[in-house]
Design a protein. Structure first.
Length: 453
């Protein structure tokens, strides 16, 4: 890493960053009150607001967004005439899934094998600390050279659109010349990467009903239409024989021309079991960055333990569809709903409900801010050149911001590299990545201010 005074300051701030990350990870801030108390999210939001105030931010506010969650806003004034940069992260997290499968408690940041483990450590509470550390370092070296707005979202993982709707209703609030989204990650630890594209997404709940009530499978099985079996057939219709996503009317043949993802590396990163093949066709990059991908997130049906010999009268599932750039998420949603409703066997009654949606995003990597970021990353990563990749995940706010501020330059960086295992058990963050990216962001703000001077 750089041997500059700024780099030394960032390094000296790392113990504080990790201590504060431990405090933030301790909040069970899953934005779903059916799983964790709303008070956990509210406490995390207050923590972020207090941290911004302690670092000199003005106009710090807890924003009550239309989906019932809170986002945190703050403004740090810079020199007169300086450009404005918006820094984004989110404090809400995915649920921990099977807590028994975690080697250490999911909401207790734990050091192990050179990494720090905990839910949200990388996605995206670590992003909050990345922003704070960059700004703290700059204050010790002449001050922050730009006006800074910080927005920390409270429901990004749920895809319920609270901050998007709030921003649309208050368009002046997040206006900026450049926007740094701290919620993606490097293609590989130590390889500085900006994310050029994000897939959009839609979430749909599908319910199948066939009977007035459950029936004895011995007395009625074989003729009575089984709702769970009908649901399984509907869900199976969403994939071709090779596992490719097949939603009627939705194109699934685009290709990715940039940085490629070797299959052996992908298998290792995804922890694919020996002998199990990958699904789909084309390159791995085609499949995860340029094409739609359907995933069944959950099914409501009787668990194996305690199940009775019954024909099921009803069943439901939650289905996610990732939508590549160039495809409108609203149109993809219509196609998915129609597919689910039209493929039901035996006349089964199917009802569908859209519960979340976000558009895909494509950044303009030729904009001047990317030149500043490339220089910053090169210095922070000891001469490694900045790479550009896609990301199969979604950040719905990106398109909202691009629509509201078409002149703003939007850059995506972050801590969610493959080893971080975000959304899975044993999520972790690399402290070296946190240090390097904090330095890179500080350098970027200096470079960007100079380029606009």
């Amino acid at each position: 890493m750089s041997d500059s005074p700024l780099a030394h300051t960032v390094a000296s701030l790392q113990p504080r960053a990790l201590a504060e990350l431990a405090e933030l990870v301790a909040f069970k801030s899953v934005a779903d009150p059916d799983q964790f108390p709303r008070s956990e999210c509210e406490a995390a939001a207050r923590w972020v607001a207090d941290a911004l105030r302690a670092d000199g931010f003005q106009d710090v506010a807890l924003l009550d967004t239309p989906d019932g969650t809170q986002s945190v806003y703050g403004f740090l004034p810079g020199p007169a005439g300086a450009p404005t940069v918006l820094l984004y992260a989110h404090y809400d997290v995915q649920p921990p899934l099977d807590e028994a499968a975690w080697v250490s408690p999911p909401f207790e940041l734990t050091e192990r094998d050179g990494r720090w483990y905990g839910r949200g450590a990388a996605d995206c509470k670590g992003g909050v600390l990345m922003h704070l550390t960059a700004l703290r370092a700059l204050k010790e070296h002449g001050g922050v050279p730009v006006n800074v707005k910080v927005i920390v979202e409270g429901s990004e993982e749920q895809g319920t659109g609270g901050l998007e709707r709030y921003a649309e209703a208050h368009p002046e609030l997040l206006a900026a010349d450049a926007i740094v989204i701290g919620d993606t990650g490097n293609f590989r630890v130590g390889l500085p990467t900006v994310t050029a594209t994000l897939r959009g997404m839609t979430l749909v709940r599908v319910t199948v009903d066939t009977l007035g009530g459950n029936l004895h499978s011995g007395q009625f099985g074989g003729a009575a239409p089984d709702a769970l079996a009908a649901l399984i057939r509907i869900l199976d219709s969403l994939r071709a024989e090779d596992g490719s996503t097949t939603v009627n009317g939705l194109a699934a043949d685009a290709t990715w021309d940039g940085l490629q993802y070797p299959e052996e590396d992908f298998r290792k990163d995804a922890k694919v079991l020996d002998g199990v093949g990958l699904i789909g066709s084309g390159s791995v990059a085609d499949r995860i960055w340029a094409r739609p991908a359907v995933t069944v997130l959950g099914i409501d049906c009787p668990p194996v333990i305690g199940a009775t010999p019954s024909v099921q009268a009803g069943a439901r599932a939650l289905v996610s569809l990732r939508v590549p750039p160039g495809t409108d998420a609203g149109e993809a949603t219509k196609l998915l709903l129609a597919h689910l409703e039209n493929t039901a066997p035996w006349g089964a009654r199917v009802t569908t409900e859209q519960i979340g949606q976000g558009q895909a995003f494509r950044a303009d990597t030729d904009s001047p801010a990317y030149a500043s970021m490339a220089s910053a990353l090169r210095e922070a990563y000891d001469g490694e050149e900045m790479q550009t990749s896609g990301m199969g995940g979604s950040i719905p706010l990106c398109n909202t911001l691009a629509g509201l501020y078409p002149e703003a330059e939007i850059l995506l960086i972050g801590l969610s590299e493959p080893d971080a295992q975000i959304h899975a058990v044993n999520e972790s963050v690399s402290p070296e990545e946190l240090e390097r990216l904090s330095l890179a962001e500080a350098l970027f703000l200096q470079e960007y201010a100079a380029s606009r001077g």
